[in-house]
Design a protein. Structure first.
Length: 587
């Protein structure tokens, strides 16, 4: 489908009507759709099937006195094609097709783009004659005439850079069983497609092998960049030639059952793969950018899911509060933190602890990240009206004991959660706030009355993840206590960790096992605000979060910074990580 950048005016639309290419009603319908979508009129007419791309180009050719050629039926001269750099040809969807004396004919998707024409003239030194051509023909010609590197050669180069074996490209995609298709489809291919498939498989398998949480595939001006998020930080991987970008994106879309012809709007999907006899879910997001579609895949590996509360990094005092509040008969427990801070893992751990045969637990999530045996899990589907609020409302008719809502975003969801808590249910959910006391302010901003918040809220947990020092290359070094005091550590904490009159911290030198980063794995740091009677009084009096935090600290609340400092003093993490993750949590 052509992505026309030519702004066909209403007047030109009327000309199409007068030439009997489209009807007046079709024009009006297209113009109305244009107001809503912002798309070009020509593109809308083609997508609705009122006119073909070829018909439109031939019509425009006559109107603007610009030639129309069919590149697919023309053999081009590689020497002439090479007059325009591949990067520019791909960026503007154009290709040089002929040269006579000082005149260079260039097939373009948008022959009326004067800026590009001027750039071509300046770059080539020729006068430029723009000609119309079908976009698919131009792209095919670009792939045919530019570059000598095949997809197999590109694959071999990636294998060499990543030191991966070609056998790592042998994984399978498990189809969604709801689609009533075969369970396992082998990722096989022939000819030029086979290396592309293996290329995609190797990127995915390498990410899983590296224990990455996300895969970023990003088109740039000259290449396609690949980055893995490992332990919360993005790490660049060997890039892929830009000419294979569309093929890679199409392959991922096929795996996720997405529309491969749609490149203008974001798409979301899921892929289930089987590698080394282990099934892993990938949550895929496609976003149109300037140089092409960007893909981010979240890797959901249930085998790495920690469900024991003791494994989450809670300090003993925090673990006691957390365990008490999740076992309350009714009320609301909230987990706060940014995306990727481990909120889902903490929630799943709490539910797993409470999951017994005599308890009915229901969750509504966006989407369901991990399947928990014995728990009723529902995935949000806004297309059919299944939202957090509507799902939560339905749960109340399902005789639940415990309810988990993936995220509370608005007044309606929060008010239903409070109603559920007041009628004897235990509710778990998440909010996006910077610290635990900030959740009180956030709830108030939703329009919830303070007395309802104070009477139903049990605790708010703010959490982050800090990278842990690699055990293989861990080494100690001496520091001055003044430095740690400057970070906010108490004198009591420092005195507890002084040995033989000296204070030691730890860091990783960098080794093969940690990819020379000095870090391997992550651990949680937590700030738990228990809603005690003094805190309830502050909530009812609409006290701001700063004052609430001050009172909570006097009553023993461990802040995020304090939690991180304790991990640092135990040798689990570094000074740099404490500052990076809790930089904003300073009094």
């Amino acid at each position: 489908m052509a992505n026309f950048k030519i702004n066909i005016s209403r007047k030109l639309g009327e000309m199409l009507v007068s030439s009997s290419f489209i009807t007046q009603d079709q024009l009006y319908e297209a113009l109305e759709y244009q107001k809503k979508s912002g798309l070009k009129l020509g593109q809308i007419l083609i997508e609705k099937g009122y006119i073909t791309e070829k018909q439109l180009l031939e019509f425009l050719s006559k109107q603007f006195s610009i030639r129309f050629i069919e590149i697919s039926k023309t053999e081009l001269n590689p020497d002439i094609v090479s007059l325009i750099p591949e990067s520019m040809a791909r960026r503007y969807n154009l290709i040089a097709v002929n040269r006579e004396n000082n005149l260079l004919s260039v097939a373009m998707v948008d022959p009326l783009n004067i800026v590009v024409l001027d750039e071509l003239k300046l770059m080539t030194g020729y006068n430029v004659e723009p000609v119309f051509a079908l976009e698919d023909d131009i792209n095919s010609a670009i792939d045919k005439y530019y570059g000598t590197k095949s997809s197999q050669e590109a694959l071999d180069e990636i294998l060499k850079k990543t030191q991966a074996s070609e056998s790592e490209g042998n994984l399978s995609v498990v189809e969604n069983k709801e689609e009533n298709k075969d369970d396992i489809i082998s990722l096989e291919g022939k000819g030029e497609a086979a290396p592309i498939i293996k290329m995609v498989n190797i990127v995915i398998s390498s990410a899983i092998k590296s224990h990455a949480s996300d895969i970023h595939i990003e088109p740039s001006y000259r290449e396609t960049k690949v980055r893995f998020r490992i332990d919360g930080v993005l790490h660049p991987q060997p890039s892929v030639p830009k000419k294979f970008h569309n093929a890679i994106i199409s392959r991922l879309k096929i795996m996720a059952n997405l529309d491969i012809s749609e490149r203008r709007i974001p798409q979301d999907g899921r892929i289930k793969i089987k590698i080394s006899e282990k099934e892993i879910d990938l949550r895929l997001s496609v976003l149109p950018c300037v140089y092409g579609e960007k893909v981010v895949m979240r890797i959901l590996d249930s085998s790495g899911l920690k469900l024991r509360l003791e494994d989450l990094g809670f300090e003993p005092e925090n673990l006691a509060i957390f365990s008490k509040c999740i076992k309350a008969p009714h009320g609301i427990n909230l987990i706060t933190g940014p995306t990727g801070s481990g909120k889902s893992t903490t929630l799943y751990s709490a539910l797993s602890t409470l999951n017994t045969p005599d308890v009915n637990i229901s969750t509504i999530e966006d989407p369901v990240e991990y399947n928990l045996e014995g728990i009723n899990q529902v995935s949000v589907n806004s297309d059919v009206g299944l939202t957090f609020a509507s799902g939560l409302r339905s749960f109340l008719r399902q005789d639940p004991d415990i309810i988990m809502v993936g995220e509370i975003r608005d007044f309606e969801t929060m008010s239903i959660a409070i109603n559920a808590a007041m009628t004897g249910h235990l509710v778990f959910s998440t909010l996006h706030t910077n610290d635990a006391p900030g959740a009180i302010t956030r709830i108030g901003m939703m329009g919830i009355e303070p007395f309802l918040t104070s009477s139903t809220l049990l605790m708010v947990v703010a959490q982050r993840l800090v990278r842990t020092v690699c055990k293989n290359c861990k080494e100690a070094y001496e520091v001055k206590p003044e430095l740690i005091i400057g970070l906010g550590a108490s004198k009591n904490l420092i005195e507890q960790n002084i040995k033989d009159g000296k204070l030691y911290l730890y860091k990783g030198k960098g080794c093969e096992k940690c990819s020379n980063t000095g870090y391997k794995g992550r651990v949680g740091i937590h700030e738990i605000l228990e809603i005690t009677d003094p805190i309830r009084e502050l909530i009812i009096s609409k006290t701001d979060s700063t004052k609430i935090k001050e009172v909570a600290k006097k009553n023993g609340m461990i802040t995020l910074r304090e939690s991180a400092l304790r991990k640092m003093m135990l040798g689990l993490t570094t000074v740099e990580e404490v500052i990076r993750v809790t930089g904003s949590d300073v009094d």
